[in-house]
Design a protein around this ligand. Structure first.
Ligand code: UDP
Ligand code: MG
Length: 173
């Protein structure tokens, strides 16, 4: 495995991680990989995983690590860049362990977009990107999954001193 310089970006659904990562890479020379975008792209290709990914996303659950890690590694290997900012992954301890075992390395830093829940709900329901999961029912599940499975990953990196928290305020709440 070649040398990689990795950062992760985490945060609840609608916390702005994708938007901010796109801006960060403009200045800092990383390649931005959005795990959600890679899954949506795979879903729209004629992949054997297509319907499984669609159903998982519709329910707001987490796609098996094996599939997501494979898509991320494929992008990394096909890029000339060695610096990656990976957004929306890992979403669970299982994701984290699967990725770190395969890559044989940990991220150098983890950004956490810490956003009030009512702000996330408002953004997701207003963004009109045509996503199958941007509805109130799926959103409720995504928030539960984030709290139950993704927050432990954030705690893990906080304990390792790798976490950088960005606090988002809601101005018109
Ligand atoms: N997803 C997943 N594993 C990942 C990233 C995304 O299973 O590593 C799925 C999951 O169902 C999630 C959806 O894709 O709810 C959308 O993720 P994304 O990060 O694009 O959106 P956000 O949650 O930030 O709105
Ligand atoms: Mg996103």
């Amino acid at each position: 495995m070649p040398f990689y310089f990795l950062g992760f970006a985490s945060g609840g659904p609608g916390s702005g991680k994708g938007t901010q990562c796109a801006k960060i890479v403009e200045t800092f020379g990383y390649k931005h990989l959005s795990a959600g975008d890679l899954l949506r792209r795979e879903m729209s290709s004629d992949s054997k995983y297509g319907s499984m990914i669609l159903n998982t996303i519709k329910e707001g659950k987490i796609v098996p690590s094996e599939v997501t890690v494979k898509l991320i590694l494929r992008e990394m290997k096909s890029s000339d860049n060695r610096k990656f900012l990976i957004d929306g992954f890992p979403r669970s301890e299982e994701n984290r362990i699967a990725f770190e075992q395969i890559i044989g390395a940990e991220p150098r830093f983890v950004l956490f977009f810490d956003c009030p829940e009512e702000e996330m709900v408002k953004r997701v329901l207003c963004r009109n990107e045509g996503r199958v999961d941007d509805n109130i029912d799926t959103m409720k599940n995504r928030l539960k999954v984030f709290e139950a499975l993704s927050l432990p990953v954030i705690d893990y990196y906080a304990k390792k001193g790798k976490l950088y928290r960005v606090t988002i305020f809601s101005f018109n709440a």
